[in-house]
Write a new protein. Structure first.
Ligand SMILES: [Mn+2]
Length: 293
């Protein structure tokens, strides 16, 4: 019996060799500053394991998305303080960008997004960020570090414009920060009008976009396995509708999926996260290029 390939999608060499692949999956099992439930460092491995059980055919797009070539890099293991981590993540992402691959970072805690954004900002100076996250993450610093995972959007907004969608948990001070700076926030509670909600996201992003998905943006009934769960979240269709529109209308130049905190018994959240990554790759590479019949 042949061994199942140990990569995202369990792809044979032909579809996962780095040189031939359009996509590089960058696993970063980094976890230093999480504050509540620990375990997001196990997420990259759990997502890759779950991805081996996905169907590679996407019925919505009528394509085998893996045909683009999806290469899974060795995990970037960093045990250092966040400042060091950010520069190491940036270096890894820049290498992937210079090799003309589309970067997909899988965390690990949310602070890694700062490193990948810094890499993309060098290539795309006008980049803007779509953050899908239950939390505002706008604290100036938290527990003595400005790179704490609770500060990621504060750091990102120092470097580019952003839209924060799905938010439903923040401090009074963060709410003041949003008002004072006129930050664009699409609250989870307003998603009942999904068409208008998505249009407002699009209207507030530049052409080049980086998407960061904190898996706690989903309702915990769908993804309970996160470090800081919050009720009232987005469902599967909400997230697909929003991301699909952004891939269609903008130039998405990379994305990350962070903060999953795998459960030791239920693999559902791991699988949903793996499938989300695969759906987003399908949207990136096949939305415009419709299959000809
Ligand atoms: Mn969050």
């Amino acid at each position: 019996m042949s061994k199942i390939p140990d990569n995202f999608g369990a792809l044979e060499d032909k579809y996962s060799e780095y040189k031939k692949s359009k996509v590089a999956i960058i696993p970063i099992p980094y976890e230093i500053t999480t504050t509540y439930i620990k375990g997001t460092k196990k997420a990259p491995r759990a997502i890759i394991e779950a991805s081996k059980n996905m169907e590679l055919y996407d019925e919505e797009l009528d394509r085998v998305v893996a045909d683009i070539g999806i290469s899974t890099l060795a995990p970037l293991k960093i045990t250092k303080k966040p400042g060091v981590m950010v520069s190491k993540v940036k270096t890894r992402c820049l290498k992937v960008l210079n090799d003309n691959k589309f970067p997909v970072v899988i965390g690990g805690e949310h602070s890694i997004s700062i490193g990948s954004l810094f890499a993309l900002k060098e290539k795309y100076p006008d980049i803007s960020v779509l953050s899908l996250d239950a939390h505002a993450d706008l604290r100036g610093e938290y527990e003595g570090s400005k790179y704490n995972h609770a500060c990621v959007m504060a750091r990102i907004r120092e470097h580019c414009d952003a839209v924060q969608a799905g938010v439903r948990s923040l401090s009074f001070e963060e709410s003041e920060t949003i008002k004072e700076n006129h930050y664009k926030v699409m609250w989870a509670k307003d998603k009942t009008n999904i068409t208008g909600w998505v249009k407002e996201i699009l209207d507030n992003l530049n052409k080049d976009v980086y998407i960061t998905v904190d898996t706690d943006v989903f309702d915990p009934s769908l993804i309970p396995a996160v470090g800081t769960p919050e009720p009232g979240g987005l469902d599967w269709d909400d997230v697909l509708t929003a991301t699909k529109a952004v891939f269609k209308e903008k130039n998405v130049v990379g994305f990350d999926v962070v903060e999953l905190c795998p459960d030791s018994t239920s693999k559902t959240a791991d699988f949903i996260t793996a499938k989300l990554i695969y759906k987003m790759l399908g949207y990136k590479f096949f939305l415009v290029k419709k299959r000809r019949n």
